[in-house]
Design a protein around this ligand. Sequence first.
Ligand SMILES: Cc1cc2nc3c(=O)[nH]c(=O)nc-3n(C[C@H](O)[C@H](O)[C@H](O)COP(=O)(O)O)c2cc1C
Length: 219
Amino acid sequence: MPKPTLTLTEAIEQRRAARSFKSDPIPTEILQEILRLGTRSPSGFNLQPWRFIVVQEQANKDKLRACAFDQRQVSEAPVVLICCGDRRMNRLEYIESIIQLGIDAGAMNDNYANYLRSAIPQLFDNHTSFGSLEAWTNRHTMLAVAHLMIVAKSFGVDSCPMEGFITAQVKEAFNIPEEVDVCCLVPMGYADEPFKTYGGRFEIEQVCYSETYGDRLNL
Ligand SMILES: Cc1cc2nc3c(=O)[nH]c(=O)nc-3n(C[C@H](O)[C@H](O)[C@H](O)COP(=O)(O)O)c2cc1C
């Protein structure tokens, strides 16, 4: 099992969106670990709607670059993830697979299984906490993407989250079903120049409030 070379804090502080990559490959065991830990991300009812297409063939990366406004990192990076969210998580067989996962993990009983069988279809019918199913798939997939990028950086692997692509073109080129959303692309590998300078972040008082939206937080 490969060991991270950076601590969690270092990985978060040092991660930058890489716009150019060396051709060096990501060792397979590191890529596996990035995908394994990235998909440890949480999800509502543990539904795990994220799906990742791992693109490594140069011809496919070139095809993807053409769908992504010709952004060079897409064809330079040794690996590009097409990060998708599947809207079909309320299918009965899928709900049963989540229940079985819980049984195998020793975290499921009959009451909770029956609750899931009724609550998950209701969540999808009413979806009071999200406006559209696309918002739901994005919510979950991007959380997993955040995990992935931090894990990758902890192994010294750079990445670039990308929304600059034409969804319809990506879906057609990579056989992505209608009910699956493309949430972002993530080229991954070892960054090369040019590397954009850190753009900074707002202070926590500018983005965190106390009790009510807009009220100053004093910690
Ligand atoms: C959802 C999302 C979409 C982004 N899309 C692109 C993109 O299409 N192309 C690009 O070069 N950078 C893209 N970025 C990278 C941002 O520009 C970058 O994260 C931001 O400027 C902060 O810089 P840092 O990540 O290096 O700290 C995207 C970032 C996010 C989170």
